[in-house]
Design a protein around this ligand. Structure first.
Ligand code: NCD
Length: 395
């Protein structure tokens, strides 16, 4: 049963401008929505529902007329119909997420991906909120992507890099976090070289914490952006055969992707020399291959991983030249995968080490740039859902 938006607004006792701010749109758009010419999209509905909950006003998703945009063009699942939402305070890893929660995040990300392709991509959903990027490790694309995501949503975004932080002066990670917390951040995006450090930090602060990559552990937004890229191209994740190739041992991207893809019903293979496969990989339910040609046979997705030399404590490969010969993706090895297999890489790429330059730049097969584009959309969705609770009222 739907209720006119004007009545919903009156129930909330707010002005058109306030509703526009809440929905991240203009007052003119709200006016058109109230006149029935336009309908709110799923993320706007979610924002109004969150507001009604905080005001104690009885409103449900059924009160809204839902537009086609709430139905993901790629998998036909209704975002609002799932009614799962995302009931986590932080995003620390994919391992904790259910298939419905992943679908919810991907559907919302897809809405942002479409919106980002229009001229009307600047929103005010997070106006007045502060996002702090706290990076204890180098990063270009992840940090920039979170910064852009926060700014597109209207938040104030501050970047703190370790080189310029007090950590260099001896302050502990926890002290830094507590200091930032006292500044009333609404979300902290944290990257750290040690597995588990982001979780530890999340236990010390009131605001939402997003893991931007912790050691060789997890990198949840990367797996989400990879999944969104795949889903938009292939229409679904269920039943796909995905090969993760290269330095699996040191890769948080591999770990998060394994959790996500398996949760969503894809089959995962890892292909690497024995020295770069961590112990216990087979217990995760993946198939392990040491030969690229055998491992790539019939794959729908070929995801290459960078040799993470900064995390290696010894010599894991005889030489870069030899590594490329056996494990570098070139057209000959690629010919063993399905003819329409997509080539992916989280970046930064080492051309001529794990991937041949021509393959990386192949506009018909490589979706590496699309991964970067989807990264902004996924991070907008994550910032959106995780900042719906005011840190001051959080339990
Ligand atoms: C990845 C990372 O940092 O884990 N990169 C990224 O987030 N874009 C992968 C890598 O560094 O190889």
């Amino acid at each position: 049963m739907s209720t006119p938006l004007r009545i919903i607004r009156e129930k909330l006792n707010i002005t058109q401008t306030e509703l526009a701010n809440l929905m991240g749109t203009t007052q003119a758009t709200v006016s058109r929505m109230e006149a029935g010419q336009w309908e709110p999209n799923a993320s706007q509905v979610q924002a109004v529902l969150a507001k009604s909950t905080s005001l104690g006003v009885d409103l449900s998703v059924d009160d809204f007329v839902l537009p086609n945009m709430s139905v993901s063009p790629t998998n036909g699942t209704s975002l609002a119909a799932s009614e799962v939402g995302f009931d986590h305070r932080h995003l620390l890893g994919i391992q904790d997420l259910s298939p419905d929660e992943i679908t919810f995040l991907l559907d919302l990300s897809n809405i942002y991906a479409e919106r980002n392709r229009t001229a009307d991509r600047k929103m005010s959903l997070l106006a007045g909120k502060t996002v702090i990027n706290l990076f204890f490790e180098e990063s270009t694309r992840t940090r920039t992507s979170f910064e852009l995501a926060g700014k597109r949503l209207g938040a104030d975004v501050i970047n703190i890099a370790v080189a310029s932080s007090s950590i260099k002066k001896g302050e502990t990670v926890i002290d830094t976090a507590v200091t930032l917390n006292a500044m009333h951040a609404d979300a902290l995006v944290v990257r750290h070289p040690h597995a588990g450090a982001v979780q530890l930090l999340s236990e010390k602060v009131n605001c939402a914490v997003i893991n931007g990559g912790d050691g060789s552990h997890e990198h949840p937004t990367q797996a989400l952006l990879d999944a969104l890229t795949i889903r938009r191209r292939k229409g679904h994740l269920q039943g796909l055969l995905v090969a993760l190739c290269g330095d699996v041992a040191h890769s948080r991207v591999a770990r998060s992707n394994i959790y996500l893809l398996q949760t969503m019903g894809a089959r995962v293979r890892v292909i690497a020399p024995p020295t770069l496969i961590p112990a216990g990989m087979d217990r995760l339910g993946v198939e392990v291959f040491h030969d690229m040609r055998a491992g790539l046979a019939d794959c729908d997705i070929v995801m290459m991983l960078r040799l993470q030399r900064e995390r290696m404590t010894g010599s894991f490969v005889p030489s870069v030249h030899e590594y490329f010969h056996f494990y570098g993706l070139d057209y000959e090895k690629l010919s063993h995968a399905k003819p329409d297999a997509l080539i992916m890489h989280p970046g930064p790429m080492n051309r001529g080490v794990e991937i041949d330059s021509a393959v990386a730049d192949d506009i018909d097969r490589s979706v590496i740039h699309e991964q970067v584009e989807m990264g902004v959309a996924v991070r907008m969705a994550c910032l959106d859902v995780l900042t719906r609770t005011d840190p001051r009222t959080a339990p």
